[in-house]
Design a protein around this ligand. Structure first.
Ligand code: ZN
Length: 290
């Protein structure tokens, strides 16, 4: 079902942002990838396609050296871009690359933290402030509270325990909590997300962070029984960060999680908001509303 809607959405986006779009210079976006415990070769190209077909962005991909190789040559020119999309979960960057990234965000650069990018760099304090929440890689109570929703309210829970987990992949309902936020405005209050991982028990500094949407992590699918954050914004320095935990891409032939219209539209709106503070990407007519 999701696939059909996806085709309709793509047509809608082409109509909205294709020939009818004003002749504005596209925002340059940089997808950072090259190491990940996911199929980054597929995901980075899919994300690039979404960005380029939106009519709003012109996206490049920068690929790090492979795992285990010298990272000193890896120094993306972050400052040349309006949005940096992190599709990276691998070896530490050089100090120069880290400093260039922080300088970019501090000066107002837009960042999209995509799926397992919130697993990366557990020791890098500022990176974890930028992602807000993260998981795995030894994260626990030292890294910050668990953050989730209970009875419609945000909970910060400092009890000890590992950070980051997910149950088995399944379709689930995404619930918006910020209908007036530019990224969420005009989207339904709830929609069905295609089969995906549902991250849970994320922990982090969670400062200057707004949870835009949650999903209920059912114990029957190996979850927590909590409403777990799935879409967030963070501000760091002058930078705007959009964090989506959605969109798992593994080695299977099909990638329903990243192809779902709910993923695509929130990814594009989040990227545009991160780059500009505003959103022009329209909500699709055919949203998989619950
Ligand atoms: Zn995943």
């Amino acid at each position: 079902m999701c696939k059909k809607i996806n085709i309709i959405l793509c047509l809608c986006m082409a109509l909205l942002h294709g020939s009818a779009a004003p002749a504005k210079d596209p925002i340059k976006a940089l997808i950072v990838t090259g190491q990940n415990n996911h199929n980054w070769q597929a995901s980075s190209v899919i994300l690039q396609k979404y960005l380029n077909e939106s009519g709003i962005f012109q996206a490049d991909i920068v690929i790090s050296p492979p795992k285990g190789e010298d990272m000193s040559s890896f120094l993306p020119d972050f400052s040349a871009y309006g949005a940096v999309v992190l599709d990276y979960n691998g070896a530490s960057w050089s100090e120069a690359a880290n400093a260039a990234f922080l300088e970019y965000v501090k000066k107002g650069g837009g960042v999209v933290v995509y799926h397992a990018a919130d697993n990366a760099f557990p020791q890098w304090k500022e990176y974890n402030e930028i992602t807000g929440l993260g998981g795995w890689e030894g994260r626990n109570e030292k890294d910050g509270p668990y953050v989730y929703f209970a009875d419609g309210k945000e909970v910060r829970d400092s009890s000890p325990g590992a950070g980051g987990s997910h149950g088995r992949q399944h379709e689930y309902t995404v619930v918006s909590h910020t209908p007036r936020h530019p990224i969420m405005k005009g989207l339904p209050a709830k929609w069905t997300h295609a089969k995906d991982e549902l991250y849970d028990r994320l922990r982090g500094p969670a400062r200057n962070m707004t949870i835009l949407a949650t999903a209920y992590s059912d114990k029957s699918t190996g979850g927590t029984g909590r409403d777990e954050p799935v879409l967030m914004t963070v501000s760091w320095g002058k930078g705007r960060i959009f964090h989506t935990v959605l969109g798992h891409v593994g080695n299977e032939a099909e990638h329903p999680a990243i192809e779902c219209p709910g993923f695509i539209v929130t990814f594009l709106r989040g990227a545009e908001w991160a780059a500009t503070g505003k959103v022009s990407v329209k909500a699709p007519d055919h949203f998989p509303e619950k």
